[in-house]
Structure formats: C-alpha cells, structure tokens
Design a protein around this ligand. Structure first.
Ligand SMILES: Cc1cc2nc3c(=O)[nH]c(=O)nc-3n(C[C@H](O)[C@H](O)[C@H](O)COP(=O)(O)OP(=O)(O)OC[C@H]3O[C@@H](n4cnc5c(N)ncnc54)[C@H](O)[C@@H]3O)c2cc1C
Ligand code: SF4
Ligand code: SF4
Ligand code: SF4
Length: 468
C-alpha cells in the first residue's frame, strides 16, 4: 500500500507527513522504524522532526505511516477508542470528552505533589502510585535536563523510583519526543506507563495496534489535555524577553506556583541561560507576559496543531487538566480535573481517597467541558476555517471528524482564525529574521497581533461560550 512512489523512492513519513507540514514531532516513526532509517532532530524552526539517517536505507515497509498520528490513512480516534472500550470497563461514549467512566477534580495530599505539580499534582500521584504499587516497572515522563541525542533542554526520561517521578512534575511547554522510549520498550521486557499529549497518545495507540511487544508492555497511558505544542523558539523567546541569551538557554521551568496572585492561572517561568565568562543569567517572569501572549497569538506553535481536534487525550487511560472552573480557580495551590477511562485507574483513585491520600470530588460532564471552553472553541470550531483553507490549497490533512465541528462560523471568527494561522506561520521566520531579538520580533508581528487582540475583544463581546 505504501511501498513506493512512481520513481521507486520508498514512501515514508518524510515525504507523506513531514514535507506536508503535518508532523507534530511525537517521534513514534523513528521509535518503530525497523531499518533505523529515521532519527529525530531539531529543524531550522526549533521543531523536533524525523529526518533520514545517511548510513541506513528505507525499505518502504510503511510501518512509520501506520503509527503516525498525523498520516492521512490512519483510523479516526473514535474507532480506536471503541476498540479499547472492553479493556477500560463500562465507559460511556462522549463526543467531546471521549469515552470515559468518571470525571473528578482535586489534588494530591502527598508532600510536595501539589506544590510542585502544574495543577493539583495528580499526574505525579498517579504515575508514582502505578510504580510503587507494582502495576508498572518504570514510568516514562517528561522532565528537565539535556537530551544528548537532540540537544533539547528537557524531554522524556525513565523513572524507576518515586523520586524520579517527582523530579518530572509540572508541564513542559517544550518539544518532547518518544523515539528513545519506544526503542527501549521494544528491547526490554516489562510493564511501562507513559505520560503523553493527545497526539502522542494517538501515536502510542497506533503503535500498540501495529507492534505486538508494545501492546504487551505499555500498560498505562496518562494523557494531558493540550492547547498547543510549541517549538523550542517559544522558550528562547521567553528567555530573551527576560534579558537572557536565547542562544545559550540551558534550562526552563514552567508553572512555578506563586502565592501573591489571586488566580491559579498566573504562575512563574524560570529561565537559566549563559555560560563561560559571561556567567549565568537567571530570570523569573509571570506566565501571562511573554509566554501567555505567544500562546494566545499561536506564535511558535506547530502547523499540525491547527488540525488537532482532541482536547481530552481521548485514547489515554486517564486524562489530566487544569481545573479552570469558578469553584477551583482562585485556589492558587492548584487542582486537577481527572477524566478516568481505565477501571484500574479508577480503583487506585477510590482506594487513595478512602485513605485520605488524595482529595477528589465528582464534577459534572458540563463542568468538565466548560473547564476547557476556549480550547474547544479553537479545536472544534475555528478548525473549520483552517480545514477550508487547507482544502482550498489542496494541502493534505490528517484523519478528521468533520461531524464534530460547528460549521456556522461568524465573519469575525473566520477572520480571527485566519489571523492566527498567519501568525503561526510567520512567527518562526520572524524570530530568525529579527536575530532572536524579542522587540524586533514583536515589531514584525505588530499588525496581526493588534488585529487578533481586537478581534478577540469583539468576539468575546458577542459570544459568551468562546471567551476565556
Ligand atoms: C504542552 C501542554 C499543553 C497543555 N495544555 C493544557 C490546556 O490547554 N488546558 C489544560 O487544562 N491543561 C493543559 N495542559 C495540562 C496541564 O498543564 C497539567 O499538565 C495537568 O493539569 C496535570 O497537572 P498535575 O499537577 O496534575 O500534574 P503534575 O503532577 O505536574 O504531572 C504532570 C506530568 O506530565 C508530564 N509532562 C509534562 N510535560 C509533558 C509533555 N510535554 N509531554 C508529556 N508529558 C508531560 C510530567 O512529566 C509529569 O509527569 C497542558 C500540558 C502541556 C505539557
Ligand atoms: S518504517 Fe519502513 S517505510 Fe518507514 S522509514 Fe522505516 S523502513 Fe522506511
Ligand atoms: S507526527 Fe510523529 S510519527 Fe508522524 S512523522 Fe512526525 S514524528 Fe513521525
Ligand atoms: S495541539 Fe494536538 S497536535 Fe498539537 S501538541 Fe497538542 S496534542 Fe499534539
């Protein structure tokens, strides 16, 4: 089916996905490639992407295309969810949240979990519980430290102890790819848990369908809700805006909690840059400044994210997100919304609530959906204009679920979606062309940023459900 192009060049993800601008950088293709033909590297725009390795050859086996979450022929997410239902338990189907058993909100009471976690520390609690109760032998989580293969300043690492899991707490808004993790699982027997963003969860499920040992060894997938995946340029921009040297960024930590602000939405970002005789530059800045504006304008986000319709990691055994709900929002200590799919995760949570190790309360289906309303507006409504534009340009698209998207965009929403697409597209070039100077960069994107701000205000005025 995928064997070769008319000129006999084998078809693989490099031509069918990466060259079409659809790669989300999950690394799964390189993890499964039987010929070790694919490596993962940063491209010129600070994005992790597969690239051919000169010393090996592609056999045209097509496995990379079968596991790629963005490749066009792969099955839609709901079909894969239906296959998983028997192993999850009595899940109820839900077109927005994905099939699930229960929805809960709260936090871990274990020392340090909540303080060090992005939200209520439930991610760390669940991964630690899976490990310490012997349900898995090791956990693959994303934490700080240089990844030698790519030069990334954080990424996936193996955790064999509770302390290792705790060192990976918080959210990394930085590229993280799975190739080394998958290669390790293929060559080492055991039971593993992996944390992942929705696109990487989809890649994991596709790989588990295609490769028997992955199916047998990956026991739990802990998913995170995801608004956007940012390139390494986003971290450089934040570092430069705080006075550091973006070319010498060594460390970045997002979501450091602070007690002074009344809202859990505002946290701190710590950047460390510099080396040698210039010394180190360390800065702390508010998340709603440079980083918040970059995210709101879709600067440095990947093109693949324009076509991502999964807000709740629909194929993960459990999905975690911020409790952006009035009852929880003012609690700066943080709370996590937990969407439970796998009954074994539900049983772990029940046991811990009974012992007082964690505090969780039921949330209604509508509350869980409402906690992500701006994200759903982007992923399930504005997506329509992005698809229209891609189709007009005859650009390939990944598997889409057209019946789930609203198709009655207002003129303002249509223009807003286009302005965001323009900024997503223009921002990496603008960052390079302004020599990584944040002031010169913002000047280049001034007109579309102002237009986006104005459109946001006008849309919010007329539409309660799309505001933040
Ligand atoms: C890129 C990104 C975008 C997000 N977008 C949203 C959003 O729009 N709305 C929302 O409500 N929540 C979003 N989240 C999830 C949110 O930030 C928290 O991760 C979630 O609420 C769990 O918090 P916690 O305190 O329970 O988990 P913690 O105890 O902090 O544990 C989080 C776990 O996630 C792992 N992790 C961190 N970064 C990554 C990554 N990049 N890839 C895979 N695993 C990772 C860590 O290793 C850790 O084990 C996003 C997270 C990321 C990384
Ligand atoms: S998985 Fe198969 S088709 Fe894909 S790059 Fe490797 S050898 Fe080629
Ligand atoms: S999306 Fe993932 S699997 Fe697909 S080409 Fe990119 S890195 Fe490879
Ligand atoms: S928005 Fe979707 S494609 Fe982009 S990083 Fe998040 S889960 Fe992946």
């Amino acid at each position: 089916m995928f064997a070769s192009k008319p000129d006999d060049t084998p078809v693989n993800v490099c031509s069918a996905v990466v060259a079409q601008g659809l790669c989300c950088g999950c690394g799964m293709c390189a993890g499964v490639c039987p010929s070790q033909y694919l490596g993962i590297q940063f491209n010129a725009y600070g994005e992790l992407s597969p690239c051919p390795q000169p010393e090996s050859a592609c056999s045209g086996c097509g496995l990379c295309l079968r596991v790629c979450p963005m490749s066009e022929p792969s099955p839609p997410t709901d079909r894969i969810a239906a296959e998983l239902a028997p192993q999850w338990g009595q899940v109820s189907p839900d077109a927005v949240l994905g099939s699930h058993l229960r929805r809960l909100a709260g936090y871990s009471a274990a020392a340090g979990h909540r303080t060090n976690g992005a939200s209520g520390g439930m991610g760390t609690w669940i991964l630690e519980a899976l490990l310490t109760k012997g349900l898995v032998n090791a956990v693959a989580a994303v934490g700080p430290g240089v990844i030698p293969e790519t030069g990334a300043i954080c990424g996936y690492r193996w955790c064999g102890t509770a302390a290792d899991v705790r060192a990976c707490a918080k959210s990394a808004y930085y590229p993280a790819e799975l190739s080394r993790i998958i290669q390790h699982i293929k060559s080492h027997e055991g039971r593993y848990a992996v944390t992942a963003l929705p696109c990487a969860v989809r890649a994991l499920r596709l790989a588990m369908r295609a490769v028997k040992c992955l199916r047998e060894r990956i026991a739990f997938i802990v998913g995170l809700t995801c608004g956007y995946g940012m390139s390494a340029f986003a971290a450089e921009y934040v570092c430069a805006d705080a006075g550091g040297n973006p070319r010498q960024l060594n460390e970045i930590t997002f979501r450091i909690k602070q007690n002074q602000t009344p809202s859990a939405r505002v946290s701190l970002i710590r950047c460390v840059s510099g080396q040698g005789t210039d010394g180190e530059h360390v800065s702390l800045q508010r998340s709603d400044e440079a980083f918040g504006k970059a995210g709101g304008n879709r600067w440095f986000t990947r093109r693949a994210c324009d076509y991502c319709d999964d807000a709740f990691a629909e194929l993960a055994d459990v999905c975690l997100m911020d409790a952006w709900l009035p009852a929880y929002l003012r609690d700066v200590r943080g709370n996590t919304v937990v969407v439970v799919r796998h009954s074994a995760v539900g049983a772990l949570l029940d046991d811990a609530v009974a012992k007082g190790d964690i505090t969780l309360a039921d949330v209604t289906r509508d509350e869980a959906v409402r906690s992500q309303s701006p994200l759903l507006w982007f992923k399930r409504r504005l997506i329509v204009e992005r698809i229209r534009r891609a189709r007009k340009a005859h650009a390939p698209l990944p598997a889409l679920r057209m019946d789930l998207y609203g198709d009655d965009l207002s003129l303002l929403e249509t223009v807003y979606a286009r302005v965001l697409m323009h900024m997503r597209d223009a921002s990496p070039r603008a960052w390079l062309d302004s020599s990584k100077d944040p002031v010169a960069f913002r000047r280049r994107l001034r007109a579309p940023s102002l237009a986006a701000g104005l459109l946001r205000k006008l849309i919010r005025k007329g539409c309660r459900s799309c505001g933040e």
